[in-house]
Design a protein around this ligand. Structure first.
Ligand code: PEP
Length: 248
């Protein structure tokens, strides 16, 4: 039985005070206890949000991290720094980071391994661009991203990895992949990871869909057998919408 996981990715939105106001609004509503809930907040808000969520079952994620513990990497944040705050998850390899910040399959792999080493669970993002889908290369691209990201990741750690299938053309565009396409790609991901490790892994691996998830489409997506949750961008900035998505 895979516990559904809904994560809100706030991206570069919300100052500390705005973050706390959003958390307060979310906490004013009853949230399903059957769903694992995560908020991925900007670095500057992590500490205060973590404190505000103390005593609740909502987990906190960073949106990125460096793979080294420390060193001459101006502007970067290390896993040790995140760990001290009590960060539970870290989004790794989001398409916006791959697109705007030159993140490669190699750096994604380093980050995944480092996060696991430090007890931070990676939410590993994979997904094809519109061009790649139009060329029929979505499976090839996603398989490459997955196998590279999971290179040298031990079987014992794979249960701590959440994979987010996020077709790039569906992120922030209002275009959602059809629930069938999303389900097929999540099934494909499960198959690739199962082949790399072993069949049993397929039963525990949690795979989210991400890309313009809203209160109006979450139910249909979550009804699909291969989809275990959602990574939600825009809609996670509105407390009412995030709550509706969690309580799908
Ligand atoms: C995301 O940021 O991961 C995302 C899926 O964004 P949105 O829901 O806005 O498409």
């Amino acid at each position: 039985m895979r516990v559904p996981i809904i994560a809100g990715n706030w991206k570069m939105n919300n100052t500390i005070s705005e973050s706390l106001a959003l958390i307060e609004a979310i906490l004013n509503s009853k949230l399903s206890a059957e769903v694992e809930k995560v908020v991925a907040v900007p670095f500057t808000s992590l500490m205060e949000v973590k404190k505000a969520l103390k005593g609740t079952d909502i987990k906190v994620a960073a949106q990125n991290m460096h793979w080294e513990d420390n060193g001459a990497y101006t502007g970067e944040v290390s896993p040790l720094m995140l760990k001290e705050i009590g960060v539970d998850y870290c989004i790794i390899g989001h398409s916006e980071r791959r697109q705007y910040f030159c993140e490669s399959d190699e750096t994604v792999n380093k980050k995944v391994k480092s996060a696991l080493k430090h007890g931070i669970k990676p939410i590993l993002c994979v997904g094809e661009t519109l061009e790649e889908r139009e060329e029929g290369k979505e499976e090839e691209v996603v398989k490459r991203q997955l196998l590279k990201a999971l290179e040298d990741v031990a079987k014992k750690d794979i249960g701590n990895v959440v994979i987010a299938y996020e077709p790039v053309w569906a992120i922030g565009t209002g275009k959602t992949a059809s629930s069938e396409d999303a389900n097929n790609m999540c099934g494909f991901i499960r198959k690739v990871v199962g082949e790399k490790y072993e069949e049993e892994i397929k039963e525990v691996l949690r795979i989210q869909y991400g890309g313009s998830v809203k209160p109006s489409n979450i139910k249909e997506l979550m009804a699909k057998e291969e989809i275990d949750g959602a990574l939600v961008g825009g809609a996670s900035l509105i407390a009412e919408d995030f709550v509706k998505i969690v309580n799908y």
